[in-house]
Design a protein around this ligand. Sequence first.
Ligand code: ADP
Ligand code: SF4
Length: 691
Amino acid sequence: MPRDPRYDVLFEPVQIGPVTAPNRFYQVPHCNGMGYRDVAGMTVMRGIKAEGGWGVVCTEQCEIHHSSDITPFIELRLWDERDVPALERVAQAVHKHGALAGLELAYNGMNAPNLSSREVPMGPSHLPVASFTYDPVQARAMDKQDIADLRRWHRTAALRAKRAGFDIVYVYAAHALSGLQHFLSRRHNDRGDEYGGSLENRVRIVRELTEDAKEAVGDSCAVALRFSVDELLGPEGLHREEAHDMIGLLAEIPDLWDITLSDWSNDSQTSRFGGEGAQEPFVAGIKGLTSKPVVGVGRFTSPDAMVAQIKRGVLDLIGAARPSIADPFLPRKVEEGRIEDIRECIGCNICVSGDMTMSPNRCTQNPTKGEEWRRGWHPERIATKASDAKVLVVGAGPAGLECARALGARGYEVALAEAGMELGGRVAKECRLPGLSAWGRVRDHRVQQMQNMTNVETYLDSRLTAEQILEFGFEHVAIATGASWRRDGVARFILRPISIAEGAEVLTPDDLMAGKAPSGKRVVLYDDDHYYMGGVLAELLVAQGRKVTLVTPAPDVSNWTHNTLEQGRIQTRLLELGIAIEPHRAVTAVRAGGIETACVFTGRKTELACDSLVLVTARLPNESLIQELTAKRDAWKDAGILSVKAIGDALAPATIAVAVYAGHRYARELDGPETGDDPPFKRELTEVLPL
Ligand code: ADP
Ligand code: SF4
């Protein structure tokens, strides 16, 4: 289908200094947990985005010097000449598909604890390093020689970037991850020289680095300035008015303004806290301060929203990190008039958790993310079927839906049987909880894709038994029956069922999602799961008029969401809702009318009165079906069954992303070669040098 003329504006070229972006789809720099360690994986991933139509594809931040070493995080490095060939390959992979390649040069300064290089970190002032962890290391205040050195390092890095073939070279002054932002910030910069104090002085270093880069590479490379316009800290922090004054001082110096919020948790808000286009109030008006193009983000997945940003004069280029991860082919789909095929980001930040845990980043919606090179998984292409085998998929949660969709795309005859009256499994239930409506996109995309597949049949209201499956005659059976929340307290801290008195009301997330409400007013929610469910259900209970106490063995609520950049927002929201939070405590006994909790350090016990207890603990796989089928293995041959396999939560409960991946992997590997004991993926090994 030709593209809808309404979207023509998105395909206009945009001049950025000496280079021209072929369209307005701009993949802004984003971390991916691969960086210098998994260069091949990162390179192929970036190349695929260019293939998918992004007109500009940027790298993650790239440390320009070994005194900007953010170990343990894995980003790119340009510490010396030997790093150039790896970057060259990235630029080539992007150019192959006609896109511009951008490199985000970073000097992290006091954000870099230098755990690997062991250099003394440097910043505008003597202050503890501002890393994600409380590293017991301080940065020293840079003197004039240090600043001169930094200018030289940055210039050298820009020249290397140009030599590596990049079209856009960044000066990075954003997210409170960049040392340059610390110079801009009144909170961090207490200098009395010409690099501190007045606005002019605080922007001086950014001005100098931008001018140096222009002078060094500006003949053929555009120089972009990535800049945070608000830290959301009120007048104490960098804020709109001050940022606008700073932009006014630098307005025409860079070739492109890349506008962000700071810190990263404000810039990459989850869908629970910010919707599509949530940054518009912060970006609006910047185009009035400069004649240079402006790029900004907003988790844009709708081409209509993108067009509106351009038409209203908010942005020139539609920046995207997460939407380009969830769907590397988003621009191509708009171009080809296939809007309904766009795999929309759900705003869960599982991708961010990859970077935060130093592992190749994963995506809930795009199971091929991070697997492009090492497994050869392309987000849009999948091998056609290798046999005429028919496949039965039991359970239509994220694992079953993705399994059926991907098998269908391969051309297999597939039957998808779901016990309930709706598709989606856990996402169908969870998307009705406060703040999680975007989770429904996991189901919607797959259901939409299967609609046009004549080889996939879906059956609702079909709770299958082992006997029925043996009668059906499918060659392969994928069991995706999901998991159930435990009601005995077992999870991470308590490993044996706790004593629950008769008459005590104990509810699980499954009960609450099925519409069951606690009978009394006072509810204790015990969270030993530590992801989003505990916090979300606490919100639900408050909305139902309950007085909620959240007890957790962790130091704070929803502790794992530090990795999705949400923990601060979740805890703030719960406190503002009046929820009492009791950290470092585990539930040790449940009585009628109350519970006993123990301090996780001293074991000291306390009684807490309540009418109901909600246990957000571990889950157990719904494995009765696979167990029954396994017990009848002798009957498989006569039934024509070649394989029966549990996938997703039915095998071991985990995230939605893991379930989608499990379904996808099953489909990819069906009829494939037996995997031996070696890893079923390629690895890039460190070069072994002579000792
Ligand atoms: P996952 O995250 O692994 O996809 P979910 O819990 O989201 O798992 O989904 C499992 C789905 O399987 C649910 O929709 C559930 O109704 C369905 N299911 C469970 N047992 C059966 C069964 N015996 N036959 C058909 N569907 C089943
Ligand atoms: Fe979006 Fe979640 Fe995928 Fe990240 S992991 S791109 S937030 S769907």
